[in-house]
Ligand binder design. Structure first.
Ligand code: NAD
Length: 378
């Protein structure tokens, strides 16, 4: 943890929560105690691949409640590069062998797991056992059993757990949730969400290797489409039926290429998703009782855009990762809501497993049984 400088502090007041007067008058301010004593939480990124390098580390230069304090990497050449670029002291650099020594390092408050999916559970559990709060990237793990093990480890060690679904901190997505919650267009009749891209260049990448990824497009982009139909209706689904298509089997040897799935919701709404490693698509569309709303793109980290039957949506653009990590740091420090708890990551994995089950049964409908607010449907 490091102390927030006066400059950071002033900027937090000005930009982050709406000004000093407001802060002094809110319950949040009371929870913060003396704001000048508040510390920025130290985050250690585990896995310095593309997402850490190009999104998370740059965002951590902008965050107001946390900063990049450490790294965990199996590639020794990266240590020097990252240390000099981000001013990371030697004692905050770990590899996978000595990672558990992080328990002794008070500068690291949060471990952010950004590894291939099959490695999420192991490091998340080790981080929790070391007493560190955990952000685990999506998909949370490769099966429900692993999700349970992560949740249990965090509970037993009294640390917070968040999943890397950055969109919950993003204004267009938050607007969709508001429209749904307030029934701005009446009830939702139909929701559709597509999330895919065309993978061309590297048949040996870990995302196409089931042992490392747990599955193909569904595990990677499909979880965004699943999320979209849930926050786009404000409900968890009660059943799913799914189909798988393969048009390039020689490239997608080990993992699913394209999947479609249809959802039923208690309210009577129906949903459809398409996810693919062979089709470019990124959209959420809802047809409602008295109008419609749409995000296109709906889940990229280039700026989202959207429209409704009343007109264009227009929100300021900020790094989604910055917003997400600050929200998690505030959850730890100020006890604000955990926007993306472990139960949400587990819920999505339950749906992923139901989709694979339906496909294995020739598209048969599989029932899902979530309690009304399980995994924060909103
Ligand atoms: P990447 O391939 O770019 O990086 C993976 C990192 O893991 C590399 O540093 C690599 O060295 C390391 N690694 C360790 N063991 C490995 C092994 N056996 N095989 C391959 N790599 C190994 O992947 P990425 O795009 O950074 O994705 C990492 C995680 O982040 C995934 O779970 C992915 O779903 C997630 N992600 C989330 C978002 C988001 O928007 N939330 C975006 C991209 C990736």
């Amino acid at each position: 943890m490091k102390k927030i400088s006066r400059r950071d502090f002033n900027s937090t007041l000005a930009k982050g929560v709406g000004g000093a007067t407001l802060i002094a008058a809110t319950p949040l301010a009371c929870a913060m105690g003396n704001s000048q004593d508040r510390k920025k939480l130290g985050i250690a990124l585990v896995g310095l691949g593309s997402y850490s390098t190009y999104q998370l580390a740059p965002a951590l230069l902008e965050t107001e409640y946390c900063y990049l304090a450490g790294i965990v990497t199996g590639t020794s050449e990266k240590e020097k590069v990252w240390a000099s670029k981000y001013g990371i002291p030697k004692e905050n650099i770990y590899n996978y062998q000595n990672f558990d020594e992080i328990v002794k390092n008070d500068a690291i408050d949060v471990v952010y797991v950004v590894l291939p999916n099959s490695m999420h559970a192991d490091i998340s559990i080790r981080a929790a056992k070391a007493g560190k709060h955990v952000i685990c990237e999506k998909p949370m793990a490769i099966n429900v059993e692993e999700c349970d093990a992560i949740i249990q480890a965090c509970e037993e060690n009294n640390v917070k757990l968040g999943i890397g679904y950055r969109l919950h901190s993003e204004p267009y997505t938050q607007e969709v949730k508001r429209l749904v919650k307030e029934k701005a267009f009446g009830s939702i009749n139909y929701i559709s969400a597509d999330a895919g891209y065309r993978s061309m260049s590297d048949p040996d990448q870990w995302r196409l290797n089931k042992k490392l990824s747990g599955g193909g497009a569904l595990m990677n982009m499909g979880v965004y489409a699943i999320q979209s139909v849930i926050y786009g209706t404000g409900e968890n689904p009660i059943s799913v039926a799914a189909q798988e298509y393969s048009t390039r089997p020689s490239y997608f040897k080990d993992t699913d290429e394209t999947i479609t799935a249809q959802f039923e919701f208690e309210s009577g709404a129906v949903g459809n998703i398409m996810t693919s490693h062979n089709v470019r698509a990124n959209r959420l569309f809802a047809s409602c009782e008295r109008g419609w709303f749409e995000l296109d793109p709906a889940s990229t980290y280039i700026p989202l855009a959207g429209r409704t039957s009343r007109g264009k949506l227009d929100f300021p653009q900020e790094s989604q990762q910055k917003l997400q990590m600050d929200d998690f740091a505030k959850h730890i420090q100020l006890n604000t809501i955990n926007r993306v708890p472990g139960e949400m990551g587990k819920r999505d994995m339950m749906i992923v497993e139901a989709i694979y089950e339906s496909i294995s049964k020739g598209g048969q409908k599989v029932k899902l049984n979530f309690t009304p607010n399980y995994g924060f449907a909103g």
